[in-house]
Design a protein around this ligand. Structure first.
Ligand code: SF4
Length: 413
């Protein structure tokens, strides 16, 4: 078994834990942001509806800013106010509403899980973090803890990016914050710290602190309600006392929670020495040729052809202009020919490569992919019949295109 983390990185004094809980909750009561899912979780008497509301908000908030999520959340809850309503929605409707939020598989899995609750769990949400994680697809440890504590009052902690930052600073944890030793320690710490009588508020307070005060680049330490418990701040203000053992003395090189011996404290960074992240892998570079096929619709308005992507993988089930991923280093002329061949197979009639008009390039950054779309256009005369054995396709006007389940990248195109 791995050695337990050095006590210097933990909260070992019960009085300190009590004080931290009290200070944090008092600050939260005064300063918390008004957010629609908080209002619902605080006033809704139906436990399943509370759980559903927290669940939707937490899934939307993964990798996405609060300000962006509010509008999506309100529209979602208006359209599907209950799990039962969501279970009856089509994937197409879910994708349409989700379009623009990114990470599209989250919406899809949310709906799959809602169907499971309705069909297999008699419409009743699991009530504990353990059951939520075990029974609901797409619900991981964090989301399960958030739903269980906020909606059902279970005294269980949560660890997300904000909590990682706050706890690493509070306890000077400088080892790679994605390492198993650090993650395990942070979960143990979050579970030990969570307030027993107000677990949901405590967890939200810790996350709120990370989102508004203990922010990544320029934390507002002077306004921080837990500054007297913060070892990173103490370290910044007073430096390392030469004679008194401090947290950074945990046997350099041995401690699984200290910064690596090669990375000394950088006084210009202050508290932002913590947390430390492993170097990110560079994003994959991809190029895709895409063609905007245009025809005159029956009322003379232009219409555009969109096709549906496969039901798994990146942007699963979303609609796009006919597109073709390009091999690395492919010359422009060759790329154009390959796209023409693809369109020809689709339409069952000759498409001359030189008929494709180059419109420009559009760059879109997905979390792990640096994507360049090489955009062409091709006006068509008369009707075009597409091979139904290939991807589903349809003609849409510009307004219909905008209301369809298309990605932000395609809207840019
Ligand atoms: Fe974060 Fe500063 Fe508060 Fe410490 S004192 S928890 S570094 S905001």
């Amino acid at each position: 078994a791995p050695a337990p983390p050095p006590a210097r990185h933990l909260f070992s004094e019960p009085a300190e834990v009590e004080a931290l809980r009290g200070n944090l909750l008092a600050w939260y009561d005064q300063c918390k942001r008004d957010l629609p899912w908080r209002a619902l979780a605080a006033t809704e008497s139906d436990a399943d509806r509370r759980g559903y509301a927290v669940w939707v908000s937490e899934i939307m908030l993964q990798q996405t800013q609060v300000a962006t999520v509010i509008d999506y959340y309100n529209r979602w809850m208006q359209k599907w106010p209950t799990l039962q309503a969501l279970a009856q929605a089509s994937l197409e409707e879910v994708n349409e509403l989700w379009a623009g939020l990114g990470y599209y598989s989250r919406g899809k899995r949310l709906q799959e899980a809602a169907r499971k609750v309705v069909s297999e769990l008699a419409g009743r949400m699991p009530r504990t973090a353990e059951d939520l994680e075990k029974l609901l697809p797409g619900v991981g440890r964090y989301t399960a803890g958030a739903i269980a504590s906020i909606a059902y009052g279970q005294a269980t902690g949560v660890v997300d990016g904000n909590v990682i930052r706050v706890l690493c600073r509070l306890r000077c944890i400088g080892a790679d914050s994605s390492s198993p030793a650090v993650i395990d320690c942070l979960w143990d710490m979050a579970n030990a710290l969570v307030d027993r009588s107000r677990p949901g508020d405590f967890n939200q307070a810790l996350m709120e602190l990370g989102a508004t005060v203990c922010v990544p680049k320029a934390p507002l330490c002077g306004e921080c309600p837990v500054k007297q418990h913060c070892r990173a701040r103490r370290r910044k203000l007073f430096g390392k006392p030469p004679t008194v053992p401090d947290v950074e003395d945990c046997g350099v090189g041995d401690c699984p929670l200290c910064p690596p011996a090669t990375e000394l404290w950088d006084s210009s960074l202050g508290v932002t020495n913590f947390p430390r992240k492993a170097a990110k892998k560079p994003p994959r570079v991809m190029r895709t040729a895409t063609c905007v096929l245009e025809r005159r619709g029956c009322h003379g308005a232009p219409e555009f052809l969109i096709v549906q992507r496969p039901s798994s993988g990146l942007l699963a089930g979303l609609w796009e202009f006919p597109s073709l991923p390009l091999a690395q280093g492919l010359q422009e002329e060759r790329a154009r020919e390959e796209l023409a061949d693809q369109l020809q197979a689709w339409m069952g009639r000759p498409v001359a490569a030189k008929g494709l008009r180059f419109m420009g390039e559009v760059i879109h950054i997905f979390s792990h992919i640096h994507q360049t779309y090489v955009v062409y256009s091709l006006p068509l005369d008369g009707d075009v019949v597409l091979d139904p054995a290939l991807s589903p396709s349809r003609w849409v006007t510009e307004d219909e295109f905008r209301a369809s389940a298309v990605s932000t990248a395609m809207k840019k195109v």
